[in-house]
Design a protein around this ligand. Structure first.
Ligand code: BEZ
Ligand code: FE
Length: 256
């Protein structure tokens, strides 16, 4: 392990030193960067910064070649222990929840296609105005967060609201860095899921709404074409779409 730490830390510092030399970084810029590091810590934004600008490469490196459905980043807004829902499986929300109601359904299988009974889908999302319960003003605790289990045929269904796109916080150091670089701070509308079943690798993923803006300019670089869903209007004025998840078998770990 010290070898690995030595290798990685040395390489990161070498590349930082190279940038300083290649771009003739000044003392003023160095002091501004130090101040920015301090502000990220003070604002508690290291998880946000890392998940916006770094996690997608770790995810792709770790899971890009895995069997089964595509995953993408977890992000900083997951909360454990969301309620396990009973039929008719509707994510908890306010009586006057804004937005379009949508019915989501599909199957969870192994990568070989065998249906997985009692698989768990842990679901969380922003509301139609792009706000996450527990992290942003507006929605009450637990809004649009819940867990759903598959039936004996691996089928699941739930009802939710189509989420809206959102910006990362604009007034903190991550938002200021994004503005300083001239980049878009927006994430396209998406629903987060962790799909898990005994004996399989958990799948951390997101489903992106096809009609959303910013699919081509996600600040967190987390969109994959396989993860775009197409809600269709129903005769009752609500929407529906389906998505099937295929899980890779759990990796077996060598016993030391
Ligand atoms: C999210 O998907 O919720 C998210 C991901 C990365 C950074 C910020 C938010
Ligand atoms: Fe999100």
């Amino acid at each position: 392990m010290p070898d690995r730490a030595n290798q990685l830390i040395s390489e990161i510092l070498r590349r930082v030193h190279e940038v300083i030399v290649e771009h003739d970084v000044t003392y003023e810029e160095y002091q501004a960067a130090k101040q920015w590091f301090i502000e990220v810590g003070e604002a508690g934004e290291w998880p946000l910064f890392a998940d916006v600008y770094i996690e997608h490469v770790v995810e792709e490196q770790a899971f890009g070649n895995r069997e089964g459905s595509q995953g993408t980043i977890l992000g900083p807004f997951h909360l454990p222990d969301a309620p396990v829902l009973d039929a008719p499986f509707e994510l908890p929300h306010r009586p006057d929840e804004p937005g379009d109601r949508t019915h989501v359904s599909g199957r969870v299988t192994g990568a070989d296609g065998n249906p997985l009974a009692d698989a768990n889908l842990d679901i969380w999302q922003a509301d139609a105005e792009g706000r996450y319960a527990g992290f942003m003003p507006g929605p009450p605790d637990g809004n649009l967060r819940g867990q759903v289990r598959t039936d004996a045929d691996g089928r699941y269904e739930y009802i939710t609201m189509i989420p809206g796109p959102y910006t990362i916080p604009l007034d903190g150091p991550t938002g200021k860095l994004t503005a300083a670089a001239g980049w878009s701070p927006w994430r396209p509308a998406h629903i987060h899921l962790i799909v898990s079943a005994e004996g399989y690798e958990p799948l951390v993923t997101q489903l992106f709404i096809d009609s959303s803006d910013y699919l081509d300019s996600d600040v967190a670089s987390a969109v994959k074409p396989e993860l775009i869903v197409h809600p269709q209007p129903r005769s009752d004025g609500e929407f529906e779409f389906s998505y099937d998840f295929a899980l890779a078998p759990a990796r077996t770990h060598a016993v030391a």
